[in-house]
Design a protein around this ligand. Structure first.
Ligand SMILES: Cc1cc2nc3c(=O)[nH]c(=O)nc-3n(C[C@H](O)[C@H](O)[C@H](O)COP(=O)(O)OP(=O)(O)OC[C@H]3O[C@@H](n4cnc5c(N)ncnc54)[C@H](O)[C@@H]3O)c2cc1C
Length: 421
């Protein structure tokens, strides 16, 4: 059968529902957070919007049917994510943060762990946030450094039937939870032995947010994603049962890259949503504004050419994202090459597209008359976070290409490369 990019009737319904939901429920986020000074208060002000996200079923969509969720495929999630991000990036990123926090458990957790921790998110999704505590206050890119003296310094020491966790993290999206004390569940990236390289010692341990020893010591204030919370978190000998480790020490390498492959694909869709919002703004301006001239500026060739360039890039970003999601889904998340490429390509394209939309609109785009300056602030985050494109994502691709026998056509053809991981 020929390639067919048309959406199924169910996907069309999902897209329309997500579009309607975003227009109706997320339009108010910007106003609700705009005059709030403290970053954590901007985040708390989004709670009523997140309630609606949960009510609409987007938290349940993260979870497998076997545990009561509705288990949306990555591709379907991306279709919805583009619609939400085109209206607001903050509340969908809180949802993404919960998805990221749960991914280690979903992909690598035992049945017992899933039964213990997931039902809460089904029954009370609006109040339950998850967080992935990966980034150390000293950086995240070198988490995989084979030298045991470098990399992740958050440590989990085994004492009897408990892990005792100590360390300092930041940018832990959702880490403070809605109550400012701790997310409902944190998946904490740590090392079980600081004398062993991460290949033997990197681990991900589930830490309930009410565990004594978790401390939120401050918040980072970001230039965009203004109501996405970035707490600085200390783990001061936080004790959890030994059974909370996901897999075994050393599995943290695969768990981290697995968790970040899902977000990579979804971020491709979020970037497409932001680019779309920028295009729509520039397009409306071009059709309606003469700028003291005699004709709407769309009649000028340079404006028409720029619109064509913007639209072409957005189309390309969407189809790469869809293909990346399809490849991820059809390989049970093992094929992450295209997801990483979608993250790198769409995020850098997004910055360029928003900037070009600003050039098209001209000087007024630099004011609050248009949403473009704020979109630029949001766009600048995409290449830098979720594993920066320079420190993490290109290195992942580089590592892939260096594998013996790497097959450059495998991902394009929907196959896994025959080379060993
Ligand atoms: C809004 C937002 C939400 C976030 N959410 C989370 C979250 O939920 N959980 C979480 O843990 N983190 C989160 N982060 C942090 C984010 O994921 C970071 O991208 C990640 O931790 C790595 O940061 P980095 O890529 O800048 O690496 P860093 O370690 O800070 O490195 C900085 C730079 O140094 C250079 N560099 C360092 N090492 C190397 C190397 N070995 N090779 C080549 N270049 C190198 C690169 O130029 C790199 O860009 C969030 C950040 C933001 C802004």
């Amino acid at each position: 059968m020929a390639i067919d990019f048309s959406l199924s009737p169910e996907q069309q319904q999902l897209q329309a529902a997500a579009r309607g939901f975003a227009q109706q429920m997320l339009r108010g986020v910007h106003k609700a957070i705009s005059n709030i000074e403290k970053p954590e208060d901007r985040f708390y002000a989004t709670k009523p919007f997140y309630d609606e996200v949960a009510k609409a079923g987007f938290v349940k969509a993260l979870l497998p049917k076997a545990y009561g969720g509705s288990e949306m495929s990555t591709l379907d999630f991306a279709i919805a994510a583009e619609e939400l991000a085109a209206v607001d990036i903050n509340v969908p990123t809180t949802l993404l943060g919960t998805g990221l926090g749960l991914e280690p458990l979903l992909q690598f957790g035992s049945d017992e762990q899933k039964r213990r921790f997931l039902p809460d998110f089904i029954d009370n999704g609006a109040d339950r946030l998850a967080a992935f505590a990966f980034t150390e206050v000293t950086g995240g890119a070198n988490f995989d450094c084979p030298d045991p003296t470098a990399g992740v310094q958050t440590v989990a020491r085994r004492e009897g039937e408990e892990w005792v966790i100590s360390g300092k993290k930041h940018y832990t999206t959702n880490g403070n939870g809605w109550n400012g004390k701790g997310a409902h569940l944190l998946t904490v990236v740590c090392r079980t032995d600081l004398t062993q390289p991460p290949q033997q010692s990197l681990a991900v341990i589930i830490v309930p947010g009410n565990t004594p020893g978790i401390e939120v010591v401050g918040y980072l204030d970001t230039v965009g994603h203004r109501a996405v919370v970035s707490p600085i978190m200390h783990f001061n000998q936080a004790r959890v049962p030994a059974s909370n480790i996901i897999g075994k020490p050393g599995d943290g390498m695969a768990i981290c890259s697995g968790a970040f492959s899902w977000t990579a694909a979804i971020i491709g869709a979020a970037c497409t949503g932001i680019m779309r919002a920028a295009f729509e703004c520039a397009f409306e301006f071009a059709k309606s504004d003469k700028r003291s001239g005699t004709v709407p500026v769309i009649e000028h060739q340079n404006v028409g050419f720029m619109l064509a360039d913007l639209k072409m890039r957005i189309e390309a970003a969407r189809y790469l994202t869809w293909k990346a999601c399809h490849y991820l889904d059809s390989t049970h998340r093992a094929g992450d090459e295209l997801a990483i490429m979608a993250k790198v390509y769409c995020s850098e394209l997004c910055v360029q597209v928003v900037y070009d939309a600003m050039r098209l609109v001209g000087v007024d785009s630099y004011t609050d008359k248009y949403p473009l300056a704020a979109l630029m602030q949001d766009a600048l985050c995409f290449p830098l976070y979720d594993g920066g494109n320079m420190g993490v994502r290109r290195r992942q691709l580089h590592r892939l290409f260096r594998r013996p026998g790497f097959d450059p056509m495998a991902a394009a053809e929907g196959r896994l490369s025959a080379s060993p991981i």
